[in-house]
Design a binder for this molecule. Structure first.
Ligand code: SAM
Length: 349
């Protein structure tokens, strides 16, 4: 017999007093009723079980979905953080600085390949000068320059940066509009390969290249060089550019720096005017025969540019002060001028 409800207890007591039978029957009845209601409840319970199981299964699926959403969110957050880190003002500045450094290195190499004389300022042409970054290097080296570019926006930036050189808005595919022999050299950084594109119906890349090279040849002094750093799309472009330069009268050829490095590899088309100088060796290439890098012989014709605008002698105090002033104008950090600025150091023993 199961547990009886508390209400039955007085009847049990009475059982001892003499009328047990009637109470027992009512208890029995109550028990039957309890059993019946238990049974009904169990049935209801059983009927609810499939729904419960279904609910549990769909909860598990929902939980799995939530887990996936959480992981996707976490993944997105990671990517967002990486992106923000890449594009934070700090890293944008870093990337800009790296680009400026690379541009300065290219300009430095191009000017080095020009083989300019050490003792006097020269007048250089910068083809596709853009915002005048190469020009800054040329000015820092104590030379004069004129920049040509097809983009007014780029030249506006150059003007805003108060570059030293003179600027000319022009398409070099139409030719170099200067008097014969006026330049001591020409550099160009990442610009000449654009002449291989036909941006208009009327554009013929071979003709535009030939016009550019033939007029450039005329504008350069005898014995001078043009050093054009370029990014050819393929070997056909390279051949077209070189062929048109040779057709225009240039000698020389391609100097390839770090030919075995995909990142550092650089093409410099070194062109000689009127002399067939020895082509300089590319950086990162073996100099098997111990051959020296030769410089082109410059003719006296170029002497007329010597201090033409009263430019200070290289490495002199005035030259250093001018250079520092230029750098200050460009927003660069420069040490204060003192009485020691530009003073020659005594040799140490
Ligand atoms: C990659 S940018 C290099 C700018 C600059 N030399 C430097 O190193 O910062 C190439 C430049 O070539 C100029 N350019 C492209 N085609 C030109 C053309 N046909 N005549 C003159 N400039 C051109 C562009 O306007 C652009 O400023």
């Amino acid at each position: 017999m199961g547990l009886l409800p508390a209400s039955c207890q007085p009847e049990l007591c009475e059982e001892q007093g003499g009328q047990p039978r009637f109470h027992f029957q009512s208890l029995q009845l109550e028990r039957e009723m309890c059993l019946a209601s238990n049974c009904a409840l169990a049935r209801v319970n059983l009927s609810l079980r499939p729904r419960l199981e279904d609910g549990k299964a769909s909860l598990a699926i929902k939980y799995q979905e939530l887990q996936e959403i959480r992981e996707a969110c976490w993944d997105k957050q990671q990517r967002l953080e990486a992106y923000l880190e890449n594009w934070s003002p700090q890293s944008a500045l870093g990337q800009l600085q790296a680009k400026l450094d690379a541009s300065e290195a290219e300009s430095e190499r191009a000017v080095e390949l020009l083989g300019l004389p050490e003792d006097r300022p020269c007048l250089l042409l910068d083809v596709g000068c853009g915002s005048g970054l190469s020009g800054d290097y040329i000015s820092d080296e104590g030379h004069y320059w004129i920049g040509m570019d097809i983009s007014p926006a780029m030249l506006d930036v150059a003007v805003e940066r108060e570059v030293e050189g003179d600027l000319l808005l022009a398409d070099v595919g139409h030719g170099i509009p200067f008097r014969p022999g006026v330049f001591d050299g020409c550099i160009s950084i990442s610009a000449v390969q654009w002449l291989c594109n036909a941006d208009k119906k009327s554009h013929s890349p071979p003709k535009r290249l030939y016009r550019f090279f033939s007029t450039l040849y005329t504008a350069l002094a005898r014995g001078s060089r043009a050093v054009l750093q370029l990014y050819p799309e393929n070997s056909e472009q390279l051949e077209l550019i070189t062929a048109q330069a040779m057709r225009a009268g240039f000698t020389g050829g391609m100097v390839v720096d770090y030919p075995n490095s995909t990142k550092a590899k650089k093409f410099f088309l070194c062109l000689f005017v009127g002399t067939s100088g020895t082509l300089p060796k590319g950086l990162g290439t073996e100099c098997a025969d111990g051959e020296e890098i030769h410089q082109a012989n410059f003719t006296n014709e170029r002497m007329r540019f010597r201090n033409a605008k009263g430019k200070s002698v290289k490495k002199s105090r005035d030259w250093i002060l001018e250079k520092k002033e230029r750098r200050r104008r460009q927003g660069k950090e420069v040490r204060a001028d003192t009485k020691y600025t530009g003073r020659k150091r005594r040799p140490r023993f």
